[in-house]
Ligand binder design. Structure first.
Ligand code: GTP
Ligand code: MG
Ligand code: ZN
Length: 272
């Protein structure tokens, strides 16, 4: 009997690395539900999944999708081209906080015009909420803490390009931007876990259009939404305030109007 972790998933097979570092392919049932990051027990060629600490999960039209499990940090990779919408960043932060995973923002493609202004607007919206990492050098320093990280982002944001820069033998395919966007073509088709030279682990994930959180109550969304943290230190009149029409709601009165409008639209998109 051996223990290991799932590094990649190929439909009916997964790549498992055991605790001594040996990597092997193991057959699985198509509906077994194993994901990259799962800790498993291997006995007679069969996998048993150990309990997950957390999972990064999003709602899709085909059902819930788990991108990976047992994560410490989620790096939201954003760029000016294709421009990552603010609602995407909000959604990922909410999804992470609901699973006790620490989100942070990575601004990439800094050579493109408009990047500095884009980074500045992100600082305005998120600096009180999550860490913002700008460029490869800062990213390398952040990843130096031994932990398990995953990159998420819209298709073409530049996740796999960063992977290849951080892990020279990652060999992740990167896409031609002209083929992204309208055609809906995604270059990376499944999550893959790599060991970082510094000791941690980094997972590349396929680009996604949105990140609708799964099964959250209106109170949870109010609690996890990035931008109200400072205001929430002084409680609203009602303890379970959803910051809507409640009398004595300090968040509604004092929040940045842009962030407040974003909060209402996130609520609407999650249909609570
Ligand atoms: N100008 C510029 N282009 C970049 C940079 N990083 C990535 N790109 C380009 O952006 C395109 C998409 O990059 P990928 O790394 O494949 O993006 P991805 O986020 O992995 O995309 P998916 O796998 O589809 O989710 C490629 O054409 C890259 O060459 C950068 O720093 N500057
Ligand atoms: Mg990719
Ligand atoms: Zn309130």
């Amino acid at each position: 009997m051996k223990f290991g972790k799932i590094k990649a998933h190929f439909g009916v097979e997964v790549l498992v690395q055991d605790r001594l570092g040996a990597v092997s392919r193991v057959k699985i049932g198509r509906k077994s539900g194993h994901v990259v990051g799962d800790e498993v027990q291997i006995m007679d060629g069969r996998l048993t999944r150990l309990e997950r600490h957390n999972e990064l999960i999003r709602k899709t039209q085909f059902g819930d999708q788990v991108l990976a499990s047992n994560l410490d940090y989620v790096g939201i990779v954003v760029s000016i081209m294709p421009k990552t919408p603010v609602y995407f960043v909000d959604q990922v932060i909410i999804a992470c906080r609901a699973q006790q995973i620490e989100p942070f923002i990575i601004v990439t493609k800094l050579d493109l015009p408009g990047s500095e202004e884009f980074a500045q607007s992100l600082r305005q919206d998120y600096s009180g909420s999550v860490q913002i990492v700008i460029g490869l050098q800062q990213l390398q320093a952040f990843l130096n803490q031994k932990a398990r990280f995953i990159f998420v982002g819209v298709s073409g944001a530049g996740k796999s390009t960063l992977m290849n820069q951080l892990i020279p033998d990652a060999g992740q395919a990167t896409g031609d931007l002209s083929e992204h966007g309208n055609t809906g073509r995604h270059t990376t088709s499944g999550s893959v876990l790599f060991d970082l030279p510094s000791g941690g682990e980094l997972i590349d994930s396929p680009g996604v259009r949105d990140f609708a959180p799964v099964d959250l109550s209106p109170e949870q969304i109010a609690h996890y939404f990035p931008g109200f943290e400072k205001l929430a230190e002084t409680p609203c009149k009602f303890r379970d305030c959803k910051h809507l029409q409640e009398p004595g709601c300090l968040v509604r009165e004092q929040a940045d109007p842009r962030r407040y409008a974003q909060y209402l639209s996130i609520r609407a998109s999650i249909q609570v």
